[in-house]
Design a protein around this ligand. Sequence first.
Ligand SMILES: [Zn+2]
Length: 257
Amino acid sequence: MRVEIVPCLKDNYAYLLVDETRRTAAIVDPSEEAPVTAAAAAHGLEITAIACTHHHWDHVGGIEDLLKRHPGIPVYGFVSDRGRIPGQTHFLEDGATLELAGATAAILHIPGHTLGAIAYHFAQDAAVFTGDTLFLSGCGRMFEGDPEMMSGSLARLARLPPDTRVYCGHEYTASNLRFARHLEPDEPAIAARIVEVEATRSAGGPTVPGRLSDELATNPFLRPQSKAIRRALGLSDAASVAEVFGAARKAKDDFKG
Ligand SMILES: [Zn+2]
């Protein structure tokens, strides 16, 4: 499965999942219609499905206009997002599998950013689409969940194979890494990644996809056992993963880096 990155709005990413045989594509998280249509046309692809990670407008805002161009195509989302995702036709449960762009995706329910957040995991293709739950070197805000729920969702993503490519919903990697360095100033993997990401961004490129192995090494929200993170947050080794997550998320919300 080939993936085409489609920058949308200010810093959002939609993704075209390409079925090379049929010259069709499924679109993940179309916040806008125009860039998606332009990307599909540029690659000679017909859009045949829409897959949403969650209901926020900057992930579903393009659906209605896409459905005008492609009436009747399926719109996938979590079962509890019924009424929140425009045009939704398929109401997915945790553990469901579906065919997208000739590949097989497993649905992982990963609540916390929203209660209906899901990831699309393509095990054969070593790729996962995480929406606003897991960002590169960071994570989304907890709009509808609590620390227990969100840290459990992140832990679930962290258990995927380390070579999995992570496609997330926003280009926040550079600022996320500044917070990661603030918590773990002596972590060489973070310093190295900052250099890499700065080079990518100054050349105008996207930092997605990342590798889960790099996330495990640099993402503070996937490193709740780190002694340096616990020290920086004023927590002891006895603090629970959810406590560490809650303190780290609060510190990120307040971080002016
Ligand atoms: Zn969101």
